[in-house]
Design a protein around this ligand. Structure first.
Ligand SMILES: Cc1ncc(COP(=O)(O)O)c(C=O)c1O
Length: 453
């Protein structure tokens, strides 16, 4: 497979730079565990063989077995409230002592309280939820519900999108790395180009973004039978932020054509953009919203799908028959997560951090020609690396060199689309730790620039 098709979701563990990283690990116990990990787990491109062995984590950082401290600017997006948040732990612990599991057919107070809280937070008539143990599962539920509600089976989604790793989710997604060896896919999925502001095929200006919306409408009209547009409100991995005008137009198109707008905010909701939900940045509302990852406070695997009241029409079938459906622990963790964000006024903090990050990252861009573009908001940032700002040729090897260099200096993040450094720290991170991260980036870019000159 063409290497560029592998380099989409994240950095892979079969590159030259990865081999060089592995060769530098000397701690015997770490080597032993990595070897056993590679022996007993099935290998896959973005996990085993692994980078290092973790021992502890707290707040915005983690410590490896060999004592290396890393600021975690990846965290798989479960770390909105930081690692091991004491408030969340205490709430879960209390719940564990009362009711730790709720068999299907029974309900429990935390599950109902959380479903009610979601209904209060959502706009309009989005007040019906289903819970599941993971993001992929709620995407599957949303796709099934869209079929029931619209009677139409086709889905439009974006090339390069990721909505989970199961067969239905990879069918609905647009990343080749997940589809290799896996066909045939679920029929009826049409991928269209995502709106991008840096290397978009329908143009890059703010006005051009409407071309992408127009193409969505074109496809819906030509295809017929499209029941859902499944899309991330903001593409998390390479940080693509459409304009408000784009979103408002998409909202109108979906409404006009009876297509449900399913927003996947599994990695980016709960404050990362400075709003509780990313769609609030654009003045739109979804028909179905999918949440997950940090919803369980970074501790309990938990996800939720929220849909319109009028979609409560499938009582005779099972949409999400998951064992841990009404998890009291997940529900308590999710309620505590939202309470924490509210009581600590995290949204304002993230907004302020975002302004600061933008200034600091743009200073780096002024100093290093390797940086072609900086984009983001709140505590979600992408640094796109290019060999040449005029041609925008992707600097893929350089991106990995910078990433591994930063890890050596105590900053962990991932690379997306081969050349985008993705920065998403805990929302609770201190300004001091943000300073440290910027200093590490600056130093590593500096070292890199010296080496090539
Ligand atoms: C945008 C998006 N959707 C869905 C998922 C799937 O979530 P999970 O891994 O919890 O199943 C992910 C996970 O990375 C994601 O980033």
């Amino acid at each position: 497979m063409n290497k560029s098709l592998l380099l989409t979701e994240g950095d892979i563990n079969i590159s030259d730079e990865r081999r060089k990283w592995d060769e530098k690990i000397t701690d015997p116990q770490t080597l032993q565990i990595l070897e056993n990990d590679a022996r007993y787990f099935l290998h896959q491109s973005m996990s085993t063989p692994c980078l290092d062995v973790l021992k502890t984590s707290k707040g915005s950082g983690m410590e490896t077995l060999s004592g290396r401290y890393l600021l975690d600017f990846h965290g798989n997006n479960v770390h909105q409230l930081g690692h091991g948040n004491d408030y969340i732990i205490s709430q879960i612990f209390e719940q564990m002592q009362q009711l730790s599991f709720s068999p299907r057919r029974y309900t429990n107070q935390p599950a109902v309280a959380f479903a009610r809280k979601l209904a209060e937070l959502m706009p309009g008539d989005l007040n019906r939820s289903l819970f599941a143990p993971g993001g992929t599962s709620v995407i599957g539920i949303a796709l099934k519900l869209a079929r029931v509600v619209t009677g139409k089976h086709k889905i439009v989604s974006h090339w390069d999108s990721f909505h989970g790793a199961s067969l239905d989710a990879i069918s609905a997604g647009g990343e080749s790395v997940f589809k290799k060896y896996m066909g045939p896919m679920m029929p009826g999925v049409i991928c269209i180009p995502p709106p991008t502001t840096y290397r978009g095929i329908f143009g890059e200006t703010e006005d051009d973004q409407l071309n992408y919306a127009d193409f969505l409408e074109y496809v819906i009209k030509k295809e017929g039978d499209v029941g859902a547009f499944l899309v991330e409100t903001i593409r998390n991995t390479d940080v693509q932020i459409p304009t408000k005008a784009y979103w408002q137009r998409v909202r109108e198109i979906c409404r006009n054509h009876g297509v449900l707008l399913i927003l996947d905010e599994i990695p980016i909701a709960l404050g990362r953009t400075g709003k509780m939900f990313a769609f609030e940045n654009f003045g739109i509302e979804p028909d179905i919203l999918c949440l997950g990852k940090g919803l369980g406070g970074g501790i309990i695997p938990f996800a939720a799908m929220i849909a319109r009241d009028s979609y409560n029409v499938a009582g005779d079938v099972s949409l999400g028959h998951y064992t841990h459906e009404k998890s009291p622990l997940g529900s308590v963790a999710a309620l505590a997560t939202i309470n924490y964000i509210e009581k600590e006024d995290l949204l304002q903090k993230v907004f302020d951090d975002g302004i600061w990050m933008q200034t600091e990252l743009n200073k780096l861009k002024e100093r290093f020609p390797l940086i072609g573009d900086i984009r983001g908001l709140g505590l979600l940032w992408g640094i796109e690396l290019v060999k040449d700002r005029a041609t925008k040729e992707k600097a893929t090897n350089e991106a990995e060199q910078i990433m591994y260099g930063c890890m050596h200096h105590g900053l962990s993040f991932k690379v997306s689309q081969g050349n985008v450094l993705q920065l998403s720290p805990a929302l609770t991170i201190s300004r001091e730790d943000l300073h440290t991260a910027i200093s590490v980036l600056s130093e590593v870019f500096e070292i890199h620039a010296r080496q090539i000159n």
